[in-house]
Design a binder for this molecule. Structure first.
Ligand SMILES: C[S@@+](CC[C@H](N)C(=O)[O-])C[C@H]1O[C@@H](n2cnc3c(N)ncnc32)[C@H](O)[C@@H]1O
Length: 228
């Protein structure tokens, strides 16, 4: 789990900059992002909107004894810096954040940096390439989280395949994505939802159920469940 001296040395201070996400309890998640690297090495806006959504009172209101995340098994796909999974773990969930091999060092570094915010929850980083074997992530988690993962034409089929393999009848997939109008983005989005809706039902979460500050008309949150 903890970084070896070699891994830590590979991400030294001149390679990263920090993005902070304030939690409602006054603590702050600090996410290291890399100046150079692939799309996963920065925190995307959809990740911030989703992380703050996880803290809304329908999920988490400690003064009324509400904590949907306590002891829930949560799997994040395409986690990037791990912002969303770290928020879930800080709220009490048992989280596995997954991404490609290249993102594992950054994920582990961010877990290490934010460890003091994780009390009753837990978080582990693992490799999961969409479309590949998911047996180590079964039985199906209670929640699958994904932020800004619908952007790449070649990954649509494997991503939906992974969602099918990973979700059971009780699994809720919470998908947050930024609707983009340029280039291939509209086509990729429509392909994703066409394929997804063959097997899943989607419910869009209105703005008034999202964080009052961190929401945006271009960024959508969906709850997705397997068709029965
Ligand atoms: C736009 S980034 C979003 C990162 C993070 N969720 C966020 O919102 O800040 C997309 C993420 O999907 C991951 N990804 C892309 N293709 C993947 C694949 N085939 N299998 C697993 N992860 C993949 C990338 O490595 C990257 O971390």
């Amino acid at each position: 789990m903890f970084l070896s001296a070699n891994m830590a040395a590979n991400i030294n201070a001149s390679h990263y900059f920090v993005r902070e996400i304030d939690k409602n309890d006054g603590c702050t998640l600090k996410l290291k992002q890399c100046y150079m690297g692939d799309v996963g090495c920065v925190v995307w806006d959809a990740a911030i909107v989703l992380a703050k959504y996880l803290e809304t009172k329908q999920f988490y209101e400690p003064s009324s004894g509400v904590n949907v995340w306590a002891d829930r098994r949560v799997l994040e796909l395409g986690a990037g810096t791990g912002a969303v999974g770290l928020m879930a773990a800080a709220l009490g969930a048992q989280v596995t954040v997954t991404d490609l091999e290249d993102l594992q060092t950054l994920l582990r570094l961010n877990i290490q940096e934010n460890q003091t915010l994780i009390k009753s929850g837990s978080i582990t980083a693992k490799v999961l390439k969409w479309g590949e074997d998911v047996s180590e992530y079964l039985p199906p988690p209670h929640y699958i989280l994904m932020a800004d993962c619908i952007y790449y034409e070649q990954s649509i089929v494997p991503l939906v395949e992974s969602l099918k393999l990973l979700s059971g009848p009780e699994t809720c997939i919470i998908c947050c994505y930024e609707q983009r109008t340029e280039g291939v983005n509209p086509k990729v989005e429509s392909q994703f939802f066409k394929l997804l809706q063959q097997h899943f039902v989607c419910e869009e979460i209105p703005a008034d159920k999202q964080d009052p500050e961190f929401n945006c008309p271009d960024i959508h949150i969906l709850h997705i469940r397997r068709k029965v």
